[in-house]
Design a binder for this molecule. Structure first.
Ligand SMILES: [Zn+2]
Length: 215
């Protein structure tokens, strides 16, 4: 049996905000974001009143708002946050900015990438300093630190025999890799495996925890 379309004037109190945003030209995805519900929920609510999602935000951004938004983008504010505070649809604001000053849109992304890079570099330096200070782990002395292609920390280390090797920090922490692995070194490690492993695990336990400092 087909559902009855409810007149907007008789909207339930909990539905009024959906209708308001819809009438301001927000599309269902944007309403869902703003209300903290699923897109499907927005579609459901609007369908009670016979309303369908607008294809893309048709709401125009006032010129003064646009200038203001561009200034804020140059201060590295987030476009979605700006849109929210101006109560305009993010997609509409983005499109308006793109037409006026496309550079403003790429600034924050660049800034974030730079911050990210700097933070990673600092973390690598901290890890390197720590693992150097607790070296040797087994026969390995940590010399360098990087992130590998899987996003894992990987230490460059020198074995007591002089060979250089590269080891996942996770393996070093658990005492799973304790030498370059060549037969002579391997048998040396085996002779003291218990002590070496215990030291590796203790070092892992004492490793400073990464503080996620997000600006
Ligand atoms: Zn070796």
């Amino acid at each position: 049996m087909p559902e009855r379309v409810r007149p907007i004037e008789e909207a339930l109190p909990g539905h009024k905000r959906y209708i308001e945003l819809h009438q301001q030209g927000w599309n269902n995805g944007e309403i869902a974001d703003a209300m903290g519900v699923s897109r499907e929920r927005v579609r459901q609510v609007l369908s009670f009143y016979g309303l369908k999602s607008v294809k893309s935000a048709s709401r125009t951004v006032a010129d003064k708002q646009l200038v203001d938004a561009i200034c804020r983008l140059y201060d590295f504010e987030d476009l979605r946050e700006i849109a929210k505070s101006m109560r305009v649809a993010a997609s509409a604001l983005e499109e308006a900015v793109r037409q006026r000053d496309p550079v403003a849109l790429t600034l924050r992304a660049q800034q974030q990438a730079e911050n990210h890079k700097a933070a990673l570099e600092q973390r690598l330096q901290e890890k390197l300093a720590y693992w150097k200070s607790v070296s040797p782990i087994g026969l390995l002395t940590v010399m360098s630190m990087r992130r590998d292609e899987f996003g894992e920390f990987r230490a460059g280390a020198q074995c007591e025999c002089g060979r250089e090797t590269s080891v996942r920090l996770g393996y070093l922490r658990r005492g799973l890799v304790l030498s370059c692995g060549k037969p002579g070194c391997h048998s040396q490690v085996r002779a003291s495996a218990g002590v070496f492993k215990a030291k590796a695990r203790q070092a892992a336990k004492n490793e400073p925890k990464h503080r996620t400092a997000r600006a």
